[in-house]
Design a protein around this ligand. Sequence first.
Ligand SMILES: [Zn+2]
Length: 307
Amino acid sequence: LSKPSFTVQILGSGSATPTTYRNPSGQLIEFNNAYYLIDCGEGTQLQLRKINAKFQRINHVFVSHLHGDHFFGLIGLLNSMHLYGKKTKLTIFSPPELKEVIDLQLRVSKARLDYPIEYIDLQNKGFNLIGADDRLEFFSFPLKHRVPTCGFLLKEKPGLLKLKNEALAEYQVPLQERNKLKMGEDFISHEGKIIKNKHFTYPRENLRTYAYCSDTAYSPKTAEYVKEVDVLYHEATFENALADKAKDTMHSTTAQAAKVAKEANVKKLIIGHYSSRYRYVDKLLHEAREVFTNTIAADDGMIIRLD
Ligand SMILES: [Zn+2]
């Protein structure tokens, strides 16, 4: 029994402005053929087209904060989803003002969407379960930026348990009882004795987690929120020598991003949201790896698999 696919595709690894080489923030998450979009900077729609993503099938959009490089691409994408026949509900998790912006843009352009949008307002404090579907649970947590900003954590939901054939035979478990065992229930034998579920099932594999942190200054709290995730994306806008600039703009340096990964004991770190002054990011990657070895540098189009 193989695990369902869980991938992160980088749509934009740059920061404030689109450049020839990098788009602003956007990530497409795929879990077992369901799609989720995190942030939607200008040009995100074109990036989705380049990778042939079935973007009408995105049903959840997460917007971390309302700086333009994280949502200026959204109205165009919403309109195209309509033109391509989307009918299913879209849920948008965002700061509350986003709804006003989108409603105004739709009104003045006399655009109409044939699918419903549900807006879920993000709280800017604490670690919150903000939603779920049948595959993943979604959490938000506050970051430290110039405007209210949230990070997101997506967690795989438990699937069915795998059964041990010998144990099934031992107790002659009838077929209809096996589904209950797969869902975690205990078994009651002919004699009315309760046999614990774990006698019949293999231990669960770890439920995979992905966390997204952009944009933010370094905060020791971030590591608490993203403790032991499988993959952490953390912005690293600047090299270490520009720590003052990072502080002024409430962004992070490479060493600060890697420090969060180390403190949280994550399995893998992805850095991104690079300042447009960097054409190549080898130096940024090198600096981050000095603090946290298992780091990779995001690039537009890159796919990261969680396994
Ligand atoms: Zn940004």
